[in-house]
Write a protein that binds this ligand. Structure first.
Ligand SMILES: NC(=O)c1ccc[n+]([C@@H]2O[C@H](COP(=O)([O-])OP(=O)(O)OC[C@H]3O[C@@H](n4cnc5c(N)ncnc54)[C@H](OP(=O)(O)O)[C@@H]3O)[C@@H](O)[C@H]2O)c1
Length: 313
């Protein structure tokens, strides 16, 4: 799609984030490269965008480890993907609640070498405040702390070609980077969601700063896709926008693309949507203050350190 047309579509958010944007941009999308012999990990792989990404990656030849928190939902999804793609032995399940740090270590230790692609897709939009057994609010635990811990635990087995993709949300454009671990008072799930999705985008840039020789960490947003999360957490939005919503596969398209493009084409700390780099802020006054970002990194390093130390013993 010519850049000018893409830029013109940008401000019309429902069109850009919905099906029309994908349709228009998709007319110039090239066929994706094969992933035979590659190993991908997808969190929250049993549903919606994570499941569609899993299906796309195995269809391209990758071996995929589905990181899911419920065995029956995971097995059902795996069986359906096997039937749709004949992936069979190339699909494995690791049970893990990514919001519980103690559970992230076990599958991280069992996962095979090497690991090429990690899609941190698990996401939640809670109706009320939930504090995990680690004492962390649920959106922080799921979107930021769990992925950071998983990246740290997988770091020794990263190769020069390893890439991590954090699935953020276009909703983060409306949020400022919050103080680490903080949620709005009184609790507002939509705001907590958007703020932690903003923190994911900052996290990708922090990995680029702190580990410039390490795996490439990027963030992306999938647009608006018709998934269980949208149906149950945002019923009014779903009812209003339904005709415009993408299928989950449309939300997952950029995930598959990010998994296939040459590693040197991936910008460390970059933010992507519909197979193109995008700005991380659109409001003229928007930026992430450096001290706030530094505070986020220190907080994440410190609350995950015990689990990293345990894994090294
Ligand atoms: N759909 C959209 O329009 C949209 C827009 C922007 C961003 N996103 C992002 O896209 C991602 C996928 O969302 P979706 O729309 O596809 O929703 P979904 O269908 O509800 O899928 C969410 C997945 O995450 C899993 N999950 C949640 N918490 C988890 C945890 N603690 N540990 C392991 N797995 C966990 C869920 O597992 P269970 O089945 O066990 O609950 C489910 O498999 C999320 O990060 C979301 O924020 C979606």
């Amino acid at each position: 799609m010519p850049r000018l047309l893409d830029a013109l579509l940008g401000p019309f958010v429902p069109l850009s984030f919905g099906r029309p944007g994908l349709w228009l941009r998709g007319r110039s999308f090239a066929e994706l490269a094969r992933l035979d012999g590659r190993h991908a990990i997808v969190t929250g792989a049993n549903s919606g965008i994570g499941r569609a990404a899993t299906e796309a990656l195995v269809a391209l030849g990758a071996r995929v480890t589905m990181v899911c928190r419920d065995s029956s939902r995971a097995e059902l999804a795996r069986d359906e993907i096997v039937r749709a793609t004949s992936a069979g032995a190339r699909l494995a399940i690791e049970l893990c609640d990514v919001a519980r740090q103690g559970e992230v270590a076990a599958p991280a230790a069992r996962l095979d070498d090497p690991i090429d692609i990690v899609i941190h897709n698990a996401g939640v939009l809670p109706a009320h405040e939930v504090i995990t057994p680690d004492g962390i609010e649920l959106t922080w635990a799921t979107h930021v702390v769990g992925p950071h811990l998983l990246m740290r635990l997988l770091r020794p087995r990263s190769t020069a070609a390893t890439r991590h993709v954090l699935v953020s949300s276009g909703g983060m454009y409306l949020a400022a980077l919050p103080a680490p671990g903080r949620v709005p008072t009184p609790y507002d799930g939509v705001r907590a969601y958007a703020e932690t999705k903003r923190a994911q985008v900052a996290l990708a840039t922090l990995w680029a700063e702190h580990d410039p020789e390490g795996p490439r960490v990027v963030a992306m947003h999938p647009g608006w896709a018709n998934t269980t999360a949208v149906q149950t957490s945002l019923p009014r939005f779903h009812a209003l926008m339904r005709p415009l919503l993408r299928a989950p596969g449309g939300g997952a398209d950029t995930l598959a693309w990010l998994g296939t493009i040459p590693i040197d084409a991936l910008v460390r700390g970059g933010f992507y949507f519909d197979r193109a780099p995008r700005p991380t802020h659109v409001l003229p006054w928007g930026h992430d203050p450096a001290p706030r970002k530094a505070e986020l990194w220190r907080w994440l390093e410190s609350i995950t350190q015990d689990h990293v130390d345990d894994a090294r013993r």
